[in-house]
Design a protein around this ligand. Structure first.
Ligand SMILES: [Zn+2]
Length: 278
């Protein structure tokens, strides 16, 4: 669990009791849960894969953490990382965001990896970079990943966490929906291996409306928000109160949109079984 320990912590003096957030200096021992606000020992959180021991809230993971959680140590070899974003519409301020350190990885990392020795084509979205939004780079990397998997007869695992299409790229980002959907369709025609999509909190907008919902097997992480428009927008549009748990993984499973909902600790063993079988 070395990946987890690398996170940095600092103590922030709260009015009532000290609260910890994940920035700044090292040495803190506790972190507060964003859901129940209870403090948890960082050591406990490490063992729990960043799931709150009090309320089972699944805290968000970065793409790097996901990769390390899901794959054999050191087995991930990135591909298509030379595809870099541009600012095709000259959107104000977008160019500066793209020059940041995170821009090289963009909102998705794609490559090959192994899970318990089984090779897999893997794509993991990064919500921390511009809300995991799908621009031209995400679309191109996803499409090439499917092409590669089809040539090499590999199963595909996509881990999604996205706010939808990237507004700074306008129509170019919307085109990625058709492009990625076509790539999935071509993969299906030329390869009999499965495409598994693991939908994590949050998976919304154009990502849900394209490749995220096209998996042969759709797995939702416990408590993840999955939908197209957000619940607040829907409530304002239809002027009705939404039912409890609306757009959460469990709700979607109940209504037939997902095949499985899994707590974080069960995800890797289940995926390994799926890739062994098919
Ligand atoms: Zn909690």
């Amino acid at each position: 669990m070395a990946w987890f320990q690398k996170r940095q912590y600092t103590v922030i003096k709260n009015v009532s009791k000290p609260t910890l957030v994940r920035i700044g200096t090292e040495g803190a021992l506790w972190e507060s849960c964003p859901n129940c606000k209870e403090l948890a020992l960082i050591e406990t959180l490490i063992k729990n894969l960043r799931v709150c021991p009090h309320c089972s809230y699944h805290m968000r993971l970065s793409a790097d953490e996901r990769i390390q959680m899901l794959t054999d140590p050191g087995s991930f070899s990135p591909m298509f990382m030379d595809i870099r974003p541009t600012n095709p519409l000259g959107f104000p301020g977008y160019g500066e965001k793209l020059s940041s350190e995170m821009a090289a990885k963009e909102a998705i990392q794609t490559g090959r990896a192994s899970m318990d020795g089984l090779p897999v084509a893997l794509g993991v979205m990064e919500f921390g970079f511009m809300g995991g939004s799908m621009g031209t780079v995400v679309g191109e990397r996803v499409s090439r990943l499917f092409d590669h998997a089809s040539r090499e007869k590999l199963p595909v695992l996509l881990v999604t966490s996205s706010g939808g299409a990237r507004m700074q790229e306008g129509i170019f980002s919307l085109m990625q929906m058709a492009k990625t959907a076509a790539a999935v369709a071509e993969y299906r025609q030329s390869c009999t291996r499965p495409f598994v999509c693991l939908l994590c909190d949050p998976t919304t907008g154009g990502t849900t409306a394209s490749f995220a919902m096209l998996g042969d097997i759709l797995i939702g992480e416990s408590g993840a928000l999955i939908g197209f428009a957000g619940p607040r927008v829907i409530e304002q549009t239809i002027r009705q109160k939404l039912p409890a748990g609306f757009q959460r993984s469990e709700f979607l499973l109940e209504h037939g949109f997902l095949d499985l909902v899994l707590p974080r600790k069960d995800i890797r063993p289940t995926l390994t079984k799926i890739f062994q079988w098919v």
